[in-house]
Design a protein around this ligand. Structure first.
Ligand SMILES: [Zn+2]
Length: 457
């Protein structure tokens, strides 16, 4: 009996991905089973057809299921290695490798693959020849990509794996720093970074304002895989800081135009047009104005503000904008300039290196890391030289009067108040340990009913 003739088919969970008629389609795999393939070694590789059927029947009592004739050879992409080299090393004929890679390009750019990426190279043993039939990999926890041979040509598919969203509430007392308090309460680093560098960076001086006995609260999203593992952390929807008895609360609100920002309870935007200090924990070492130049030895106009900080300290974009320049610039050393609007730009000099992906034309958000403190160019030691340009001329970054964010009013304020109430309910529920779960596709949250009354639920 030939396996192929008996209508061999694969275990559902092992099947790579549905073969789509058109390249470039993205499918939402709604209810993919999480069943795992039998662990027994008899079920992988080259097996005798009748033995395979007997084993399958034995193990599962189901004559319709047979072992998977497709071998999945696990390889990792080496540093600097191309996918083509990897496939050739795995003894895939060049022509087939080319066909598979060109199919892949329809859904995923192979140049985006990182070294270390795990790739399963598939060989079909059903005809006994171990023919190359494609490969699979998972570029992110919520996405998998597969290329498979449909008998005529290679087809590629990208499958979005459903993630579940839930809200997590955390709170704690601050003894020395928000980082330490947050860490002790199990708050993930990206959430703490958002609180420190984005949400509260306008109003809080992290060096001076924190006192023992201060406290924080935060509500953030978490995305889980089907097996319940945390796949990623989502946005912060609420945060509060109580510093020396003064409470500051911020709520995430997406307005009717779709732009999201943080607002106080009164609907006032927390956003200032530019951060005053675009570097963490730095002190102003030299202000704007005439000064004796430390290297040149004569009096010279200093057209920016210098912040002393150790080499490698992250430098943040002072506001949203477009990178106008990023590269070496004479005495400035490694230099970045961001245009915020027609009138205002900011510049950052002497950087040791640039933020990842930072290049001319890139869009940055306020608080994004654009580079790291250094001492490149004409500089006596590690510091950030920071300039604010208004109408093309440098102005004093410490005293320039810049417009603040907007305040909500009218209909928008009413809408915000409804969202605020929803966030407060969500916080109370998350704090009480209720499970708030919704699909990752952005559908509204469905509360786990029946949980509300159960003690300890
Ligand atoms: Zn300077």
């Amino acid at each position: 009996m030939a396996l192929a003739g008996t209508g061999a088919f694969l275990w559902q969970a092992q099947r790579a991905a549905p073969a789509f008629p058109a390249d470039g389609m993205i499918a939402q795999q709604a209810d993919a089973p999480t069943m795992t393939a039998p662990a027994s070694p008899e079920f992988s590789g080259d097996i005798d057809a009748e033995q395979g059927l007997a084993l399958a029947a034995d193990a599962w009592g189901d004559m319709e299921r047979v072992a998977d004739p497709v071998e999945r050879k696990l390889v990792n992409l080496g540093r600097g290695e191309t996918l083509m080299q990897l496939l050739l090393d795995a003894e895939v004929p060049q022509e087939h490798a080319q066909g598979a890679i060109s199919a892949l390009r329809g859904v995923y750019d192979p140049r985006r693959m990182r070294s270390g990426q795990e790739i399963k190279v598939l060989f079909d043993h059903s005809a006994g020849d171990g023919k190359f039939v494609g490969f699979e990999f998972q570029p992110a926890v919520e996405r998998s990509v597969s290329v498979s041979f449909d008998g005529v040509r290679f087809q590629a598919a990208e499958v979005a794996k459903p993630l579940q969203r839930r809200w997590v509430a955390a709170q704690g007392r601050i003894e020395s720093s928000l980082y330490q308090a947050g860490y002790a309460s199990g708050v993930p680093t990206p959430v703490l970074n958002a609180l420190i560098n984005k949400l509260f960076n306008y109003d809080v001086d992290w060096q001076r304002d924190i006192q023992p006995g201060d406290s924080f609260e935060v509500l953030y999203e978490q995305y889980l895989t089907e097996s319940g593992e945390v796949a990623k952390v989502g946005t912060v929807s609420y945060a509060a800081l109580t510093l020396s008895g003064k409470r500051r609360e911020l709520f995430l609100y997406e307005d009717s135009d779709g732009s999201a920002d943080y607002f106080t309870r009164k609907g006032e935007s927390v956003r200032k047009a530019l951060l005053r200090t675009p570097v963490d924990g730095a002190r102003l070492t030299s202000g704007f104005g005439m000064r004796m130049h430390p290297l040149l030895g004569y009096s010279k106009m200093h057209k920016g503000a210098d912040f002393g900080a150790p080499t490698g300290t992250p430098v943040f974009a002072a506001g949203d904008g477009i990178v106008e320049e990023a590269g070496q610039k004479g005495a400035y050393g490694n230099y970045v300039r961001i245009r915020h609007n027609r009138e205002i730009a900011t510049a950052y000099a002497h950087l040791s290196r640039f933020g990842s992906g930072l290049r001319r034309g890139a869009r940055v958000n306020q608080g994004d890391v654009i580079g790291y403190v250094g001492s490149t160019g004409r500089s006596t030691g590690p510091h950030l030289h920071y300039e604010v340009h208004r109408g093309g001329k440098q102005v004093n970054p410490m005293s320039v009067d810049l417009p603040t964010g907007r305040n909500l009013d009218g209909k928008e304020l009413k809408r915000f108040q409804a969202v605020l109430a929803q966030i407060e309910d969500r916080y109370a529920d998350a704090q009480a340990g209720l499970t708030l779960v919704s699909a990752s596709a952005g559908r509204p949250a469905a509360k786990a009913e029946g949980c509300r009354k159960a003690p300890g639920c």
